[in-house]
Each structure stands twice: as C-alpha cells, then as structure tokens.
Design a protein around this ligand. Structure first.
Ligand SMILES: [Zn+2]
Length: 341
C-alpha cells in the first residue's frame, strides 16, 4: 500500500510502497483510510518546529476517516465494516501498542493513528464509529479541527453567552473555534488573520467582526472590544508576536488560550502582573476533549442543522500530490485541504 513518509525534516514527504505489520496486536484496528486532512501539527512535524525528530522515518496525519477492515483481540468499540473517524486525542477503548511498517525492508515508525497512508493500524481509542450515511470527507474535521474547537471553547476558555472572544488565525483550528463560540452565543466574535479568504470563511462560520492583521490591529480591536479588552482571546498561530498580542488584548479578568504551538526555544514577553489577580493565561492540548464523547454530540448538531462545517475543506488532492497539498496549506486560500486515499 502507498503512504506518504516523513524521511527528513524540512524536506518533501516521500511516497512509498510500504508493508503492513503481519498481524494485529491487542487493541489494534486495521482501517482503510478514505480521507485525511492536513493540520498545522503535521506542518510543524515536517518543519521541525518542536526540534529534532527521533522517530524518522515515520508516517503522518492525525485527522481522518475510513472503514474498519479488521480488528485485533480485545477490540469491542468498532467492528469490520464500520465507518470511523480517526482522531489523535484518546477516546474510549484500548490504547494498543503502536505499529511499525516496512519500507524496502526498513522499519517505518508510526503513532497510535496515522492517516497519510492507504491502510492504517490504529489504536482502538483513536477511533470513533459514526453513522453509515456519514459524509466521510467533511467527517475528517471531527478528527481534530472541530473537536479541538469544542474543547477550547468549553474546557480551556469556558466561554459563555454574551462574552467577547477574539480569535487570532482563521484556519482550520480558528474556524472550528469560531463555530463553537457561535454555538454558545458568544458576542462579539472577532477574527484576525492576514488572509482575506480565511476571514470571509470566518464570517460565514460566525465571526461578527473580522480584521486583517496590520500595524493598526490594536486600534481596530479597541473599536469592538473597548479599552478594557476581551473576555477571551485565543491564539491559533503559534507566532510569538501574535501570542503576546492575544494576551494583551484580553481584559484584566480575561482568559488567553494558546492553541498554536511556538517554535522550539521561543519565549514570550508579557507583563505577568495581571496573572496574580484574575487574568488567566493557559495553553491548550487539543481542547482536552474525549473525541468518543464529543463527536456523536457534534454530529447530531450538524444533522439537525444547528451548525454546518461544510465548506471548510476547500480542496481535495490525491495522495500522490500530498506535497502540493501541503504547500497549499502553507500559502493558499484554504481552510483545510483533504487527501483522498
Ligand atoms: Zn490537528
């Protein structure tokens, strides 16, 4: 089967013919991957944002959808033929050993879930079964963007009705957060980005105000959230100057949530004095969600028409063009792209 392999950091992925492990271990599930998405986390892995990668060569991808082909011993949550969401955060079920694959006789590492490969051996707790009529393309968003958005709103920031929120970065994570902020009737919901296309999407998903990030951004924000600052500010970019801006844009009793991951060794410069009183600054680890619990609830809301994430995937590529897809994520007018396996 074909897979995109990270062989070297800061280099294009290699498409290779790899061999599946000989048998499924306890808690492992074989999934035929149908769609994957590309998230900032994979870009960070390729770029080496977190430093040296000790697991090279390895497979990639952590939001996907597919069909169960086979199950190892102990697996009870999914069965052959089930449609599943593949997610990186732990859900319900067994945490299995991680698989390894063979590529030209050499070992290729993989985590509990990978999605840039036609077939994947996945840990039971990284899969959530969904209804048979689920549109598997939009469904990939439940693997990370939408569930993270839910968790950032409900767990990390505890954003409430009528509270103001400013979201920096209107990509997949940003738009996921905006949709979830709208669901709890936060107001205003302000989106900031450097890309007009993304801000247009942010409006469509619930942002009440959008701003291009420029040297005037502080004045622009002040017009909407006042001098006192916002109740909640969220950074999804991981860019240091924007993380600092997010912190400064929150009120003296506001909460700032850092979702984007900074480059290794980068340090923020902030006035920490307000943290001794009511201000809160915290980092998010995927919104602290259990996808097994959150995905069915959100899918139900989508089915009822209460919110609609369709249109977040703006382009689809075959696996052979994965590097083109990655450069589109870096530079293009896209929220999320999908890879068709
Ligand atoms: Zn992700």
């Amino acid at each position: 089967m074909k897979a995109a392999i990270l062989v070297k950091q800061k280099a294009p992925l290699e498409i290779g013919e790899i061999e599946l492990p000989g048998f499924l271990e306890y808690g492992q599930v074989l999934v035929r991957v149908i769609f994957s998405s590309i998230c900032g986390a994979q870009i960070n892995e390729i770029d080496g944002t977190k430093g040296e990668d000790k697991f090279l060569p390895h497979l990639l991808g952590h939001e996907g959808s597919g069909v169960v082909e086979d199950t190892g011993s102990g697996v009870t949550r999914v069965k052959k033929g089930d449609r599943v969401i593949m997610h990186w955060r732990q859900g319900s079920g067994i945490q299995s050993p991680t698989p390894s694959y063979l590529w030209g006789g050499k070992k290729v590492n993989a985590g509990w879930v990978t999605t840039f490969n036609e077939y994947a051996v996945v840990s039971e707790n990284r899969l959530t079964p969904v209804a048979e009529d689920t549109d598997l393309k939009t469904a990939v968003l439940y693997g990370c963007a939408l569930t993270t958005g839910f968790g950032v709103v409900h767990h990390d920031s505890k954003l409430k009705s009528g509270e103001s929120a400013v979201i920096f970065g209107a990509g997949g994570a940003g738009c996921g957060i905006i949709m979830m902020a709208k669901l709890v009737n936060a107001n205003p919901i302000v989106a900031v980005d450097i890309n007009k296309f993304k801000l247009g999407k942010a409006s469509a998903y619930g942002a009440t105000h959008t701003f291009i990030n420029s040297s005037r951004i502080r004045q622009d924000l002040e017009k909407i959230i006042g001098r006192q600052g916002a109740d909640v500010t969220i950074d999804t970019t991981g860019i240091n100057s924007i993380r600092e801006l997010a912190y400064e844009s929150a009120s003296s009793a506001g909460r700032t949530i850092l979702v984007g991951v900074p480059k290794k060794g980068e340090k923020m410069a902030i006035d920490s004095f307000p943290l001794h009183f009511d201000k809160v600054l915290t980092g998010s680890f995927g919104g602290d969600v259990n996808p097994g619990l959150v995905i069915p609830k959100l899918m139900n809301l989508q089915k009822l028409g209460i919110y609609n994430p369709q249109g977040m995937i703006t382009k689809t590529y075959p696996l052979a063009k994965v590097n083109e897809a990655i450069s589109e994520v870096r530079n293009g007018d896209v929220i999320r792209v999908a890879i068709r396996l």
